[in-house]
Design a protein around this ligand. Structure first.
Ligand code: COA
Length: 162
C-alpha cells in the first residue's frame, strides 16, 4: 500500500490546499494530511481546531484521506507510519529554495521517503493562509479562497482576537 503524507500548518486550510489534497489523493492508496508545527509561526488556531477544519473541508468528498496532528520531526512520523512519499505544493519560484532545503533534510533523516511536488493550479498561485487572514481581518471577501465551512470559524476567531 502506497501511503502519502501532505504536511503543513493549515492555519487555516485554503482552497489552494484542497486543490493539492484532491490531486494528491489520487496518487496514493492513502493520503495522510498532517497538521505539523512550523517553529517560525505563531498559529491563530490550535492544532485540534485545524484538524477539525480539515476533516470538515475534505473528508466528505475524498474517501482515502486521514487527518492527523503530530509533534516532532516529519521524517520520524513518516517512518513510524510507513509513508512512501511526502507531498508539497509549489506555488511561485519563491517556494522552491525553501522546499528544496526541507526535502534534502527530510531525505537525510528518512532516506526511504521521497518528496513529490505538485504545481499549484493557476487560480491558487497567490493564496496563502496569511493572506486569507489579512483579507478577512479587514472584512474582505474570502469566499473564493477558503472552503465555506471555514469562513464563520475564521471570522469568529479574528473578532475574538481584536
Ligand atoms: N495553496 C495555498 N497555500 C499554500 C499552498 C497551496 N497549495 N502551499 C503552501 N501554502 C501556504 C500555506 O498556507 C502557508 O501559508 P502561511 O505562511 O501564510 O501560513 C505557506 O504557504 C507555507 O506553509 P505550509 O505549506 O503550511 O508549510 P509550512 O512551511 O508552514 O509547514 C512544515 C512546514 C509544517 C511541513 C514543516 O515545518 C515541518 O515538517 N514541521 C515538522 C517539524 C520538522 O520536521 N521540521 C524539519 C523540517 S526539515
Amino acid at each position: 500500500m502506497q501511503i502519502g503524507i501532505y504536511p503543513g500548518s493549515f492555519d487555516p486550510v485554503t482552497n489552494g490546499h484542497l486543490d493539492i489534497i484532491k490531486r494528491a489523493s489520487s496518487l496514493c492508496d492513502k493520503l495522510i494530511i498532517a497538521v505539523a508545527r512550523n517553529q517560525d509561526k505563531r498559529s491563530l488556531f490550535a492544532a485540534e481546531e485545524r484538524v477539525s477544519m480539515l476533516i470538515e473541508s475534505c473528508c466528505g468528498d475524498i474517501k482515502n484521506v486521514e487527518v492527523v496532528h503530530f509533534n516532532g520531526l516529519l521524517a520520524d512520523y513518516c517512518i513510524k507510519r510507513d509513508v512512501s512519499f511526502i507531498i508539497r505544493g509549489l506555488r511561485a519560484i519563491a517556494d522552491y529554495e525553501y522546499e528544496y532545503a526541507i526535502a534534502l533534510m527530510n531525505k537525510r533523516l528518512a532516506p526511504g521517503v521521497e518528496s513529490l511536488f505538485l504545481m499549484a493550479s493557476a487560480e491558487y498561485l497567490f493564496i496563502s493562509s496569511r493572506i486569507v487572514k489579512e483579507v478577512a481581518v479587514y472584512n474582505g471577501d474570502i469566499s473564493s479562497l477558503v472552503p465555506e465551512c471555514i469562513i464563520p470559524r475564521l471570522m469568529k476567531r479574528l473578532r475574538s482576537e481584536q
